[in-house]
Design a protein around this ligand. Structure first.
Ligand code: NAP
Length: 596
């Protein structure tokens, strides 16, 4: 006989394979929306939280369930809203003039109608049995089918992200799946009280709605980190509630293992993600905090957590030890992230995303809820794949990111820049003369464009050049900026058609034909040392080959290095001219000079 656990494991593995298949088809253009979409979908942990908040287990369980409902609903509402905001911005050139909508907004009206139909259906199921017991069984069976349909809709939603054309429709399907799952769960036979559920859903809806609608696109990395921490906190709280509920009657090995994993992974992801959000928001120092024996200490701490967890599996009644594990896991998440520099946070966020997925899946195992196992597995696969893609594009290993204190090395290397040759600078007015005779320009945006919030200036300049008959293309490096797809989202926000955005592989052959490579706040992703200098930390990282363009203009404030802390030999190339200053101001001056 196949046990529930075995079925859960099969589902987990198969969902992981399916997730891999679907997520590898998402183009780099949509990697940032992918992160927030999986984040929203992983908010499905809400359904487990709803049951704990509404069932009459104990006061502690209700309180923990209420907090978990608040956290998860914040993620669901905020995640879907911000994903939609991003996806709305991705348009092709012709779509700007036609202004047609990709889907009929009246479809959104279907949402409340669907909820009402579902509620009526579930109510009908509940009452259709001859006695209370059979109607509860009937309602539980109906709920299982609701979950199956929701899971299919989630997968179709992620599949939609394989093209900007279908992405919004896909996300609408995923949102419908979420509504179905939540509305159906409200009729869970164990839910007897809706007071705290209502308060939690309202609070989460308002907070998530405000975050989803108001957060600027430049703050997407920290929002993503924050929502990972909320999702992980929800998983952890439900794990604690389940432990406290069952410990008196006894916990078998399987239940204790799954609760332990849920609580440990959830807790470390919670503090780790909070730290990541704090570093990205600038609330905490961005540079790595290191001390002697740090890695050994962290590994010892992790080994202690794992060892204690194994002990608990065999002696689940050791309540104090359980809470010690929670404390140690919280501490481990904090210590794991402090030695990592702010610029490496995106890799950390993606990794924490996959940990969050594992915490959700563990929660699915604890509550034996298959849809949570599926979404946890999808979320875990997505985060893991994205972190691997980032590491590969940076030519670094995950170990180096996690334990290398990369930002620290760079500070020590600054200053070795001088002896490479002469740097030529140019003014906006002088640049206008150059633009008089060009036919093609490739714009290379980088992190500095995001810092300066210069994306609108870039877009305006590109439009002006296009009206003069100049061919404009954008070159997007996979790790330009600070998170996957960062540049695509910012440029889409500034109404740059996505068919003008070229990936590194697509654009590199065009550089030799380009009259000007206009580098805006990009540094590492253009550094020829990655190709030529075996001693450079960047060596081996694929780059945008701007050095092959006929002339190169770089907009940045100084000769200071970028994230990797490596001086850029491009600036000493005789073909290269520096337009020093804040990218936004330089673009404004250039635009004004070209206009006049
Ligand atoms: P970068 O190498 O970090 O360089 C950014 C440059 O922007 C800096 O040299 C800085 O020079 C300039 N800058 C900053 N503020 C500016 C402003 N207001 N106006 C004009 N320029 C400004 O950026 P990148 O070329 O985009 O490369 C990204 C780096 O981040 C890579 O090393 C990549 O490996 C790493 N990374 C990326 C990701 C990801 O997912 N995208 C994840 C982790 C790490 P000044 O100070 O002189 O102005």
């Amino acid at each position: 006989m196949t046990t529930e656990l075995e079925i859960g494991l099969y589902i987990f593995i198969l969902a992981g394979f399916l997730g891999y298949h679907v997520i590898t088809r998402v183009p780099p253009l949509l990697h940032t929306p992918l992160m927030s979409a999986t984040n929203a979908i992983s908010g499905i942990s809400l359904i487990g939280s709803l049951v704990v908040a509404g069932a009459n287990y104990s006061r502690l369980s209700t309180t923990l369930g209420f907090l978990a409902v608040t956290c998860s609903s914040t993620n669901v509402v905020g995640g879907f809203l911000i994903t939609d905001r991003m996806l709305k911005m991705f348009k092709k050139r012709e779509e700007f003039s036609i202004q047609h909508r990709r889907f009929n907004p009246k479809l959104l009206l279907a949402l409340p109608v669907l909820i009402i139909v579902l509620l009526v259906l579930m109510h009908g199921f509940r009452r259709s049995g001859n006695d209370a017991e059979s109607s509860a069984v009937f309602a539980a069976a109906a709920l299982r089918y609701f979950y199956i349909v929701s899971a299919v809709l989630f997968i179709l939603g992620l599949k939609g992200l394989s093209s900007p054309k279908y992405a919004r429709k896909g996300m609408l399907l995923a949102a419908l799946g979420m509504v179905m799952a939540i509305a159906g769960t409200l009729f869970h036979p164990e839910i007897v009280n809706y007071r705290w559920i209502t308060v939690g859903l309202l609070t989460g809806g308002i907070v998530g709605g405000a975050m989803g609608l108001r957060i600027p696109m430049t703050a997407v990395p920290q929002r993503t980190a924050l929502s990972h921490s909320l999702g992980a906190l929800a998983a952890s709280l439900i794990g604690i509630s389940e432990y406290v509920r069952h410990v008196a009657v006894g916990l078998d090995h399987v239940k204790m293992t799954t609760i332990g994993l849920e609580v440990v992974i959830g807790s470390l992801t919670f503090t780790g993600s909070l730290m990541a959000a704090g570093k990205l928001q600038g609330l905490l120092p961005g540079s790595p905090i290191t001390y002697r024996g740090q890695n050994i200490f962290n590994i010892t701490l992790l080994a202690t957590v794992v060892g204690t967890l194994i002990y608990l599996v065999f002696a689940p009644a050791a309540i104090t030890l359980f809470f010690v594990i929670v404390g140690l896991a919280l501490l481990f998440g904090f210590l794991l992230v402090i030695p990592i520099g702010a610029a490496d946070m995106p890799v950390v966020i993606a990794l924490l995303n996959s940990y969050g997925g594992l915490a959700d899946a563990s929660m699915g195992f604890v509550l034996m809820n298959k849809i949570q196992i599926i979404t946890g597995s999808l979320d875990g696969t997505s985060g893991f794949l994205l972190s691997l893609l980032m590491c590969r594009a940076m030519n670094r290993s995950a170990m180096n990111v996690l334990f290398g204190a990369f930002g620290k090395i760079k500070k020590e290397e600054v200053g070795a820049a001088e002896a490479m040759g002469t740097v030529r600078s140019i003014t906006p007015e002088e640049l206008t003369v150059l633009f008089d005779s060009v036919r093609s320009v490739i714009i290379v945006p980088g992190y500095g464009m995001a810092v300066a919030q210069a994306q609108h200036g870039v877009s305006e300049l590109a439009k002006l050049l296009s009206t003069r008959g100049i061919d404009v293309k954008y070159a997007i490096h996979p790790v330009a900026g600070r998170m996957p797809g960062h540049m695509n989202v910012l440029l889409a926000e500034a109404n740059v058609p996505y068919d003008q955005l070229y990936t590194m592989e697509q654009i590199n052959p065009y550089f030799p034909e380009a009259d000007i490579a206009l580098v805006i706040g990009a540094n590492d992703v253009t550094n020829p040392a990655a190709k030529n200098n075996r001693n450079s930390p960047l060596y081996g990282m694929p780059i945008l080959e701007v050095d092959r363009a006929k002339s190169i203009i770089v907009l940045k404030r100084s000769l200071r290095p970028g994230f990797a802390g490596v001086d850029n030999e491009l600036y000493y190339d005789p073909k290269c001219m520096m337009l020093f200053g804040d990218a936004k101001e330089s673009l404004n001056s250039l635009f004004a000079a070209l206009k006049s």
